[in-house]
Design a protein around this ligand. Structure first.
Ligand code: ACO
Length: 338
């Protein structure tokens, strides 16, 4: 879908990862795996993990405060908070409400969005509609996860892949012609079985039996998700570019969901983009699900890999199954106080 009318874009960016790192070497003493296997199959070298007692809203609030500072916007100017997460603090209240209280964004409405690793891009598109219609002016979109708390640390197929972290952006009006130009959102619920937490919801409420069977942990059919990701990443990015009236030749920077270096490379190949234009940090953080794109965006800005007038494409895929792409003509004023 092509986005018209006023410019709606990202006016502030922030991210936060917990201090503690878990290296592949550390994992060798937890499950039967090796640094060589993990690096060659995924590109991951280490990931950040929360300390006991730290929850998703804690990481989300830190990232949000940094994004507000970067935007030069105060918390009481925020109209809406959207938190994309698969690891909420609790089933309810929403993590967005907990963040609203933590950062004292007293006038903001707040809700969570569940679209797996596509959640951040889904959240951007959702939030931008409220500004496009004139209902709201400033919106916080946050991707935040504490995946370490839902991993089965006995399952080498999954526990080596994920990490914790949060990234946040402030959405607001930008000059016409800048901001979000085109998007592509999609879902294929028939693939829901490939990536899920079976117990703890209404289908299979938590019982001592479900816990002893480890059904409250993340389960994944890695190979099925891999095949889906390779297909959908390139297709979705191309659709969003088409909808923007652009082609892959116009792309200055690709920020893909960071799940696996081989999936990222195949998306770059499909778009005929050299890897120099692709932001990669999966080696340092693993798959941080909804947080991965905003964390990578923040790093791209810090490393001067993204500047005003560039065309940047976000593309994600995840549980659902879902996918989401967003094409942005970048414009952000530097509000950093020196
Ligand atoms: N260490 C050593 N060996 C392992 C490990 C490990 N950590 N994990 C699996 N293996 C073994 C398997 O048991 C298997 O052994 P077998 O052949 O004896 O049965 C072998 O390695 C090969 O397994 P494959 O599944 O074929 O390996 P593949 O090359 O497909 O890589 C991976 C697996 C990395 C999981 C890949 O499929 C992948 O990245 N899938 C996508 C995952 C993903 O992106 N998920 C996130 C979705 S986003 C969201 O919403 C959270």
């Amino acid at each position: 879908m092509q986005v018209k009318n006023k410019g709606v874009g990202i006016i502030g960016v922030g991210s936060y990862v917990p201090e503690k790192t878990l290296t592949n070497k550390d994992l060798e003493s937890i499950v039967e795996t090796s640094d060589e296997w993990i690096v060659s199959r995924t590109g991951i070298k280490e990931r950040h993990i929360v300390a006991p007692g730290v929850a998703t809203s804690d990481l989300a609030a830190y990232a949000a405060e940094r994004a507000l500072l970067d935007a030069g916007v105060s918390a009481d100017e925020i109209d809406l908070i959207i938190v994309a997460t698969a690891t909420p603090d609790m089933l309810f209240p929403s993590t967005a409400c907990l963040v609203q209280d933590k950062i004292k964004a007293s006038k903001a409405a707040a809700f969570d969005l569940s679209a797996g690793c596509s959640g951040f891009a889904y959240g951007l598109v959702t939030g931008s509609q409220f500004i496009q219609t004139g209902l709201y002016n400033k919106i916080l979109v946050i991707g935040a996860e504490t995946l370490s708390t839902i991993l089965d640390w006995n399952d080498r197929n999954t526990c080596v892949l994920f990490g914790d972290g949060a990234g946040a952006v402030v959405l607001g009006e930008v000059p016409a012609g800048y901001g979000i130009l085109g998007i592509d959102l999609g879902a294929d619920g028939s693939g829901g079985e490939f990536l899920k937490i079976p117990a703890g919801g209404s289908r299979l409420p938590a019982t001592s039996e479900s816990v002893s069977q480890r059904l409250h942990y993340l389960q994944m059919s890695g190979n099925d998700v891999f095949k889906f990701a390779v297909k959908v990443m390139g297709e979705s990015a191309v659709k969003a570019l088409d909808n923007s009236g652009l082609s892959s030749a116009d792309v200055d920077c690709l920020i893909p969901h960071q799940a696996n270096i081989r999936i990222i490379q195949s998306a770059a190949k499909r778009l005929k983009l050299p890897m120099e234009k692709v932001i990669v940090n999966v080696d340092k953080y693993g798959n941080t699900s909804a947080a991965s794109i905003p964390i990578a965006l923040n790093e791209a800005l810090q490393d001067n890999k993204l500047k005003n007038d560039d065309v940047v494409v976000f593309v994600g895929f995840g549980a659902g199954l879902t996918w989401a792409s967003c094409v942005i003509k970048w414009y952000k004023e530097d509000k950093t106080v020196v």
